[in-house]
Design a protein around this ligand. Structure first.
Ligand SMILES: [Zn+2]
Ligand SMILES: [Zn+2]
Length: 814
C-alpha cells in the first residue's frame, strides 16, 4: 500500500539532513568551473512575503540546475540591515533599531530556510554588524585617501518626514522621497559626496555585461551625456571682476539666434548684476523660486516666469548686447546655471520670449523656408541663415565651424556634460555606519586611522530623528581626540547611506569571517565577478549604478582587478493579487508561510515557477497553487504505485526514449533561458505521458525505471524535497542533489521523416523530406518557400492548397 505524499514531514526531514551534512557548503578548491549566482539580499523589514519568494525560489532553482551541471556554485544569502525602513519600523514600535533588526534577521532566516534553498549559511552577511560595517568604514577611508570622497556645501534634497537628506537617485517621480513618498525640499548643507561623476563615461559602457536593455537605458538616461560646446559671453559690468559667463549648449550653430540670456535665480552673480532700480523685484522673485520644487520649475508646459536684471552680456560672435534675465527653469545644479536664450529654436525659450515680448530670430532655416515668422520653435537641423559669415552652411557644418572659431579665439570649446551628479552619502539618521572622520580646530578634517576602526555606533544614543543627526547629542561619541595632534576634536555625526553597505556585500560572501581585511584577495579572485545577479528592477539607478561605480573605484585603488561586478543581470517581475501589486497598505499581501504549512514549500516553489514568465510575474491564485500541488501528488503516486510490465513492445519503448530525451532537452533549454513556466509545463506533460505508459505496461521495467530516474533528476531543482524523498524511495543513494544533470541524445530526439510529394495543379513538381509530426500549416508554409514551387507560382494567384496528411501537398494556381 503506497504511502501518502506528506510534504510537511519530508521537507523538514531533508532540510535537517542537508544542514547536518553540510551538503551545500562550497569551497574554492572544487574541480568544477565556478558559478556565482547572487540574489539581492533583502531588507530586514520583518516578514518574508511572496515577493521575496519570487526573487529567491526561481534563482535557487537556477543555482541548483547549474550545480547539477557540474559547476561549483556559490549562492549565498544575507541581510541588508542598516537604513531607514528598519529604523522607522523600530521607532514606530518603540524598540531599539538593533533589537528590531536582529529579531527580524532571525525570523527571516528561519523563513528563508523553509524555501529549501542551497544557501551556505556559514557565509551569511548582516550589514549592521560591527564585523561588517567596520569594513564599510574602511572603504570610505580608502575612497577619501584616493580623492573619491569629499565634503562640500550644496543645496541638497531634504525629506521633511524622514528628516534626512536624500541622494538624487532617491528622489523619484516628480520630486518625492523614494522611501516615504513625501515631497522633497531643498536645503543647503555641508555633506560628504562620492565622486561618481569621475566614472560617468565608463559607466556608459555596457559592452562587457549582459544586462536587460531597459536597465541600460535607465542608467544611460540617468547619466545623461550631452555633447556640445561651452561658449563664453562677455561681461563688462562696473564693479564686477568677472569678465565672462560661460554657457553650455548642444547647438552652437544657433548662436546668432540668441536674443536673451538666462541665469538661475540662485546664481552667485545675480546680486551683482542686478540694477539698483530692479533690486526689489529681483529679490522677491528669487525668494519665490526657492520655495518651488525642482521638478515644478522645469516642468514642460508650466507658465514661464522671470525678471530682467537690468544688465547685459555680449554675444562675442556678433558683438550684440544681450539682456540678462533670471528664470526658474534655469537650474544651478545643471550645467553652469546659465542658458543662452534662442527662442526660434527652443520651445521653452520661445514661450519665454512670447511671454516677455523678446525678439525671435530664425537662424536655422527649415527645408523650403522663405523667411516667414515661425509658428513654433524649430529644433531640427537645417541651413544657417542670419548668421553672418556662417549663413548658408548646414547645421552640422556650422556646428564644427563655430566650435573651431570659438577654440581659435579662446571664446569657448567643444565639451561634454553629464546629468549625473556626485553621490551624496551623508545621512542625518542613527541607523547606519558612522562616517569615520574627525574635525579638529587645529588640523581641520582628519580621517580616523584604519587601525582605529570601527567607529562604533553608540548603542545608547537617543536615535529619534530631529532633523539633525542624532549622534550630535551623544557627547561620549562626539568628543574625541584628534588622531593627528591629540588635541580635543569632534567626530562626524552623520551616518552613511545604506547603499554604501550594499555596494560590497557580494564581495564579503567570499570570505565572511575574515577579520583583517574586507575579503581575502585569493577567494575574491576565484569567485568574482558575479556570474548571474537577480533582483528587482527598482534598483536600476541606485544600487545597480552605485555598485558598478564602487567596483571601478576600488579597482583604481588597487583592491580588485575586474571592471564590472555583475556579468549578467536578470530582473524578475512582480506577483500581483486581486489585480494589484501586493503591498501592505493595500492589504493584499500573500504570506507564503501558510501555504508552506498547508501544501509544502515544493508546491509554493513550483507554483511560482508556473505563474508566468519570470521577468513578467503574474497573478497569484489559490486554485493555481492547488493545481501545482495536485501535480506533485501525481508525481508521488506515479513513482510510489510501481510498475508492472505486461508485454514490452519495441515501438512503445522507442517512443518512450524519444519523449524522455525530448523532455530533457526542453527542460534544460528552458532553464538556461529562465523559462521556468514552460519548463514546468514540459515536466507536467512528461508526468501525464508516464501515467499512460504505466497503465499500458507496454515497456520493460528497466526502461520504466530509467524514465522515472530522469523525471526525478529534472524535478530536483524545482521540488528539491520531493525529488530527494522519491530518489531515496526508489533505491538510489543520497543525495539526488549531488547527481549530474541528465543529457539528451540527439539521435533519439530525431523525428522520423517522410517524403511529401509536391504538386502544382495536380502535376508532380517537387519532393520534400519532413518530420513525421509536421502540421498542415507547417507543411504548407514549407512548400510555398521552395524555389521550385515559387517558379510556378510567382506570377499567378494561389487559389487553394490541398493537403493530404503525410503524402501530398497540391498547390492550385490560376
Ligand atoms: Zn521620506
Ligand atoms: Zn588636530
Amino acid at each position: 500500500m503506497a504511502l501518502k505524499y506528506n510534504p510537511q514531514e519530508i521537507e523538514k526531514k531533508w532540510q535537517e539532513r542537508w544542514a547536518a551534512e553540510h551538503i551545500y557548503e562550497v569551497t574554492e578548491d572544487s574541480s568544477g568551473t565556478k558559478f556565482y549566482a547572487l540574489t539581492m539580499f533583502p531588507y530586514t523589514s520583518g516578514d518574508l512575503h511572496i515577493g521575496h519568494w519570487y526573487a529567491m525560489a526561481p534563482s535557487d532553482v537556477y543555482a541548483r540546475f547549474k550545480r547539477m551541471q557540474g559547476y561549483n556554485v556559490l549562492h549565498p544569502m544575507g541581510f541588508d540591515a542598516f537604513g531607514l525602513p528598519a529604523e522607522n519600523a523600530a521607532i514606530n514600535r518603540g524598540v531599539h533599531p538593533y533589537d528590531w533588526t536582529m529579531k527580524n534577521v532571525e525570523h527571516m532566516r528561519h523563513q528563508l530556510k523553509s524555501i529549501g534553498a542551497i544557501y551556505d549559511w556559514n557565509r551569511e552577511v548582516v550589514s549592521c554588524l560591527l564585523e561588517y560595517y567596520k569594513w564599510t568604514q574602511w572603504f570610505f577611508l580608502r575612497f577619501y585617501h584616493a580623492g573619491l570622497a569629499y565634503r562640500a556645501k550644496a543645496p541638497v534634497n531634504w525629506c521633511p518626514r524622514c528628516q534626512t537628506v536624500l541622494a538624487n537617485e532617491q528622489v523619484v517621480g516628480e520630486g518625492f522621497c523614494e522611501r516615504c513618498g513625501s515631497q522633497v525640499t531643498k536645503r543647503d548643507l555641508e555633506q560628504w559626496f562620492f565622486r561618481i561623476t569621475k566614472y560617468a563615461e565608463e559607466l556608459l559602457d555596457f559592452s562587457h555585461i549582459d544586462w536587460p536593455e531597459r536597465i541600460k537605458v535607465m542608467q544611460r538616461n540617468w547619466i545623461g551625456k550631452s555633447e556640445g560646446a561651452e561658449i563664453s559671453f562677455g561681461l563688462e559690468h562696473e564693479g564686477v571682476e568677472q569678465k565672462e559667463i560661460r554657457v553650455f549648449t548642444t547647438r552652437p550653430d544657433t548662436i546668432f539666434g540668441v536674443t536673451f540670456f538666462l541665469l538661475a535665480p540662485e546664481h552667485p552673480l545675480v546680486p551683482q548684476l542686478t540694477a539698483p532700480e530692479r533690486r526689489d523685484e529681483v529679490e522677491e522673485y528669487v525668494a519665490w523660486c526657492r520655495r518651488q520644487a525642482e521638478y515644478e520649475r522645469t516642468a514642460m508646459g508650466r507658465e514661464k516666469t522671470g525678471v530682467f536684471l537690468g544688465s547685459y552680456v555680449i554675444n562675442r560672435l556678433n558683438g550684440e548686447k544681450v539682456p540678462v534675465w533670471i528664470t526658474d527653469y534655469a537650474l544651478l545644479t545643471y550645467g553652469t546655471g546659465a542658458v543662452m536664450g534662442v527662442p526660434a529654436h527652443d520651445e521653452r525659450d520661445l514661450e519665454f520670449a512670447r511671454k516677455f515680448n523678446l525678439p525671435v530670430r530664425t537662424v536655422i532655416a527649415p527645408p523650403g523656408w522663405s523667411g516667414e515668422e515661425p509658428t513654433g520653435a524649430y529644433a531640427d537641423s537645417g541651413t544657417m541663415v542670419n548668421s553672418g559669415e556662417f549663413s548658408g552652411l548646414s547645421s552640422e557644418q556650422g556646428y564644427d565651424a563655430i566650435c573651431n572659431l570659438l577654440e581659435r579665439r579662446g571664446w569657448g570649446k567643444r565639451t561634454v556634460t553629464y546629468r549625473l551628479r556626485d553621490w551624496l552619502i551623508s545621512r542625518q539618521r542613527y541607523w547606519g555606519a558612522p562616517i569615520p572622520m574627525v574635525y579638529c580646530n587645529k588640523c581641520g578634517i582628519v580621517p580616523v586611522p584604519e587601525e582605529d576602526l570601527p567607529v562604533l555606533l553608540p548603542p545608547d544614543a537617543e536615535f529619534k530623528p530631529t532633523g539633525e543627526s542624532p549622534l550630535k547629542y551623544c557627547q561620549t561619541f562626539v568628543n574625541t581626540i584628534c588622531p593627528k595632534c591629540s588635541g580635543p576634536a569632534r567626530r562626524e555625526v552623520d551616518t552613511m547611506d545604506t547603499f554604501m553597505c550594499s555596494n560590497w556585500y557580494f564581495l564579503r560572501y567570499t570570505s565572511p569571517k575574515t577579520d583583517d581585511a574586507p575579503f581575502e584577495a585569493e577567494k575574491l579572485r576565484y569567485w568574482l565577478p558575479v556570474d548571474l545577479y537577480t533582483g528587482g528592477a527598482e534598483h536600476a539607478v541606485m544600487h545597480l549604478l552605485y555598485a558598478r561605480f564602487f567596483i571601478k573605484a576600488i579597482r583604481d585603488i588597487g583592491l580588485v582587478d575586474f571592471d564590472e561586478p555583475f556579468r549578467r543581470l536578470f530582473n524578475q517581475g512582480t506577483i500581483s493579487y486581486r489585480g494589484d501589486k501586493m503591498s501592505k497598505s493595500k492589504g493584499n499581501v500573500i504570506a507564503p508561510d501558510e501555504y508552506v504549512a498547508e501544501l509544502g514549500a515544493d508546491a509554493v516553489r513550483g507554483y511560482l515557477m508556473f505563474i508566468g514568465p519570470w521577468e513578467l510575474g503574474g497573478e497569484w491564485s489559490d486554485s493555481g497553487i492547488v493545481g501545482v500541488s495536485r501535480w506533485l501528488n501525481r508525481v508521488w503516486s506515479l513513482v510510489e504505485t510501481g510498475y508492472t510490465s505486461q508485454a514490452a513492445e519495441l515501438k512503445a519503448e522507442k517512443e518512450l526514449l524519444h519523449v524522455t530525451h525530448k523532455t530533457i532537452k526542453r527542460v534544460t533549454e528552458d532553464l538556461e533561458k529562465f523559462r521556468f513556466n514552460t519548463m514546468l509545463a514540459g515536466l507536467m506533460e512528461f508526468t501525464n505521458y508516464l501515467s499512460r505508459m504505466q497503465e499500458l505496461g507496454s515497456i520493460s521495467a528497466s526502461l520504466w525505471q530509467e524514465a522515472i530516474t530522469c523525471l526525478l533528476l529534472l524535478l530536483a531543482p524545482t521540488a528539491p524535497h520531493l525529488a530527494e524523498e522519491l530518489w531515496a524511495r526508489t533505491g538510489h543513494s543520497y543525495s539526488i542533489h549531488n547527481q549530474s544533470w541528465p543529457k539528451w541524445d540527439e539521435e533519439l530526439i530525431k523525428e522520423e521523416e517522410i517524403t511529401l510529394v509536391i504538386q502544382i495543379n495536380g502535376k508532380l513538381r517537387d519532393r520534400l523530406l519532413v518530420p513525421v509530426s509536421i502540421t498542415e500549416t507547417e507543411a504548407k508554409e514549407l512548400v510555398l518557400e521552395r524555389e521550385r514551387v515559387k517558379a510556378y507560382t510567382h506570377d499567378k494567384k494561389i487559389d487553394k492548397i490541398i493537403y493530404v496528411p503525410g503524402r501530398v501537398v497540391n498547390v492550385v494556381v490560376k
